[in-house]
Ligand binder design. Sequence first.
Ligand code: HEM
Ligand SMILES: *[C@@H]1O[C@H](CO)[C@@H](O)[C@H](O)[C@H]1NC(C)=O
Ligand SMILES: *[C@@H]1O[C@H](CO)[C@@H](O)[C@H](O)[C@H]1NC(C)=O
Length: 333
Amino acid sequence: MAKILSLFIMVTSILAFAPILCLSSKTNYYGYLYPQFYDWSCPNAKEIVKSVVAKAVAREARMAASLLRLHFHDCFVKGCDASLLLDSSGTIISEKLSNTNRNSARGFEVIDEIKSALEMECPQTVSCADILALAARDSTVLAGGPSWEVPLGRRDSRDASISGSNNNIPAPNNTFNTILTKFNLKGLDLVDLVALSGSHTIGNARCTSFKQRLYNQSGNNLPDYTLDQSYAAQLSTMCPKFGGDQNLFFLDYVTPTKFDNNYYKNLLASRGLLNSDQILVTKNQATLELVKLYAENNEIFFEHFAKSMVKMGNISPLTGYKGEIRKNCRYMN
Ligand code: HEM
Ligand SMILES: *[C@@H]1O[C@H](CO)[C@@H](O)[C@H](O)[C@H]1NC(C)=O
Ligand SMILES: *[C@@H]1O[C@H](CO)[C@@H](O)[C@H](O)[C@H]1NC(C)=O
């Protein structure tokens, strides 16, 4: 009897400790994300991501903006699952070919470089989706913005959605209500919308993304008069009515590579570049109040931005046995 009892105790205690053993393995059994996820399995992961991002941003300041945007474009399509990173192959049609991403989304080589470094250090351990989340944070910090702890433990998708990319990610000429609805569908609210739009304090946009405002805002061959007209005249020299579509412009022409609240000051001066930027002050009283708050108080902007980034990074991640840890971010295993 005593023998059976001790055997029983042995078996149950092994079972009881099983979850702790799993902590050190590569699968996220918890179903939620937490910053310490790689502390046992790949303790240098965060440092490795940071050092590759730092090198890339030192080579080209704009890369901080490009990497930040990749996380957004990943999370708004089937959640933060690195679906954006898959190249076309087999049944996969790459999201890189969508209207929003084609000739626009960039920084994929830097993600590859990070992934290779991580595969050398700890093979098949750190997901591409987590790389995007960490790179977005590191880029923000490098550009002078706020820092935050990045919850980790996302897994990578085994599919992509070009229709999701075309339809879920807001377009610059969407109406205010369409954009807010697209955020709400991802569990993000009006504060998240205004705070995260502050990303446009760094980086570039192409002429094609705002041309409509200069020449034909409402289909009647008139400009958008909510855009400061001397700024519009300046823009039009490199963004003519016909041609020049791929020419690049700063989203924040005052401090284009510095992550600060100048974006909001520009909006209040009717100098937001995209229609989706300017409507935050022209179409809704609550967003206007937030823009004023952030324009006056950089600290509150940074605080809200960090909080909203964590929220965005939590959009339906794959955990547990769902998905996989890709060896190469461009292809399924
Ligand atoms: C609110 C709805 C949004 C719209 C309509 C929008 C639209 C755009 C457009 C049209 C561009 C320029 C693309 C081009 O011409 O190639 C752009 C650039 C950018 N967006 Fe957004 N965006 C939105 C929200 C966000 C959010 C939430 C983030 C990040 C959290 C973000 C980060 C960026 C960055 C950093 C750039 C510059 C990228 C670079 O220079 O490579 N945007 N966005
Ligand atoms: C928005 O821009 C797209 C792409 O340039 C264009 O096809 C579409 O007609 C525009 N929509 C509106 C409402 O102007
Ligand atoms: C202006 O927009 C309207 C409606 O989208 C379109 O029919 C018209 O051709 C545009 N005008 C020019 C000059 O592109």
